[in-house]
Write a protein that binds this ligand. Structure first.
Ligand SMILES: *Cc1c(COP(=O)(O)O)cnc(C)c1O
Length: 507
């Protein structure tokens, strides 16, 4: 090391002796994007950490959500900064215009869509990951060992074969795309021939309750929604197997190429779980790829009762699940697992002279993650997953999932007990779709009343459920993937829903 520096020094002196030439002058050589004052930046950093931890500690006493006002909106219509700004002032603006308008999914009474809260250590892990700022595309460095460890642990936690491959991705949408892409690339000449493949018209099957990200994947992959067979569901919102079998048969008779079934392990509307073992059986009989969207349902594998309901998940060819939902990991983090590692790699490996693996040195990594997904440059998402798993351990996650399922059942019981409320779909897992009801009102009137109740719950900062429509009825939809919720929060929701509903009914 010293010798190298010495040599560089001599070279520098020689260059100086020659006299610096005008055109080799380096402008701004002493300028970088590092802090102008390191000590001040350190102090600011400490303050940020203190503020954010205080913010997370005090959520219960804060409104779940605040509507962005005019002043706030106008603060994001300012001219492009041309000269450097003061970090202290920038942080003040963050405190004034960004933080108070947080979406609210950190809050104990947020039950919208399917969203996790994140954790305090997860937040700090993101800071560390960002500080290290490694790129996990290629190369031999600490971060990829963390990711390998995390994937091994997730496979063990959910019961997948150790030989399966995995990748940490941005979320369920990316994981669905990757899983379905690997399945489609099993059509022998499709990677080269594309739409001129000898196999005519690849067809994919899923239920009408399937998440829209699957349709997006179908469109992006060029399969086309005309070749996406939407199979109807039964009263419990599970895929109709007879119809599925029939459609596959029909498509084969027409000379099409059925290639994939997408099953749901927890639908987003109602939490329904498709009959996974049956889907697996059909996929083997018909020689189809079985991809499962287990975005939030996967972690019920940790639940004594539910692990049987999702039995067979581990047999699927590919499985997509989120870590930022029911693992409560800070955004973003999802994962895709593919049973056949070789097929996974074959789908995404593209040779490039600048990416050739070396025996030793920086390019001598044991795994090249860019061979398993779309991204080459990829951030260090796995650090927060690794730290979270170590901080809490499998059994605590199992308890949190169990708690959320019990809370959904508790809410269901409150709704069923109360004549002013009505459950609109069976509560299979952690999702409760219900509405305020009044015998003197029509369904159309109730739809309007419930819309207003939902919006009032949100705008008054009381709670944030979101909406869906179940068999034509507007539903207040509560999805519990929240480690901060307590029983009391659901009591508040029910009490407030009735209060607002009664006020509206009187009008
Ligand atoms: C959330 C969700 C997705 C999409 O996952 P993202 O992480 O939002 O990309 C897909 N399927 C289901 C069932 C989901 O709940």
């Amino acid at each position: 090391m010293e010798k190298v520096l010495e040599r560089a020094d001599t070279a520098g002196k020689k260059a100086n002796e020659k006299g610096s030439m005008e055109n080799t002058d380096i402008k701004y050589d002493n300028e970088s994007l590092d802090p102008v004052n390191w000590e001040e930046m350190k102090e600011l950093g400490h303050k940020m950490v203190d503020d954010m931890i205080d913010y997370l500690k005090d959520l219960k006493n804060q409104p779940v959500w605040r509507a962005p006002g005019e002043e706030m909106k106008n603060s994001f219509k300012r001219p492009l900064p041309v000269e450097p700004g003061d970090p202290q002032e920038i942080y003040k603006e963050f405190l004034k215009y960004v933080l108070p308008y947080n979406k609210g999914n950190v809050h104990p009474r947020f039950w919208g869509w399917v969203e996790g809260n994140g954790t305090v250590l997860g937040m700090l892990a993101d800071m560390l990951a960002s500080g290290m700022n490694p790129n996990l595309g290629v190369a031999d460095h600490g971060a990829i060992y963390v990711e390998m460890q995390v994937i091994t642990w997730l496979k063990e936690m959910l019961g997948f074969e150790p030989s399966a491959s995995g990748l940490i991705v941005s979320g369920g949408s990316a994981a669905n795309l990757i899983g379905i892409a690997v399945g489609r690339n099993g059509i022998e000449d499709i990677k080269t021939a594309g739409s001129n493949s000898k196999s005519k018209t690849p067809v994919i099957y899923c239920s009408s309750e399937t998440h829209m990200s699957v349709q997006k994947a179908v469109e992006v992959l060029g399969i086309g929604t005309d070749n996406m067979r939407i199979i109807s569901v039964d009263n419990n919102f599970k895929i109709n197997l007879d119809e599925l079998r029939e459609k596959i048969k029909e498509d084969k008779e027409k000379g099409f190429t059925p290639f994939c079934i997408v099953g749901n392990v927890g639908t987003v509307n109602t939490g329904a779980i498709d009959p996974i073992e049956e889907l697996y059986k059909i996929s083997r009989e018909e020689n189809l790829w079985l991809h499962l969207d287990a975005a939030f349902g996967a972690f019920t594998a940790l639940h004594d009762e539910y692990k049987d309901k999702i039995k067979g998940m581990q047999l699927a060819d590919s499985v997509a699940f989120d870590l930022h939902k029911w693992m409560y990991v800070n955004y973003e983090a999802g994962c895709v697992i593919v049973r056949d590692e070789a097929r996974h790699k074959k789908s995404f490996e593209v040779p490039a002279s600048y990416l050739v693996k070396m025996d030793r040195g920086l390019a001598g990594a044991p795994i090249t993650y860019s061979n398993y997904g779309l991204q080459l440059s990829r951030g260090f998402r796995s650090l927060k997953v690794w730290m979270s798993l170590k901080e809490h351990g499998r059994d605590k996650y199992a308890r949190m999932i169990s708690k959320n399922i019990s809370q959904a059942r508790y809410l269901e019981s409150l709704v069923k007990e109360n004549q002013k409320l009505e459950v609109l779909a069976p509560v299979e897992m952690n999702i409760v779709a219900f509405r305020y009801t009044d015998k003197s009102k029509t369904d159309a009137e109730l739809n309007e009343i419930n819309k207003e109740i939902l919006i009032t719950l949100q705008t008054e900062g009381i709670a944030s459920p979101t909406n869906t429509v179940i068999k034509g009825k507007f539903a207040i939809r509560v999805s519990v993937t929240n480690h901060r919720s307590t029983k009391e929060d659901f009591d508040t929701l029910v009490k407030e829903t009735i209060r607002i509903g009664e006020n509206l009914s009187l009008k």
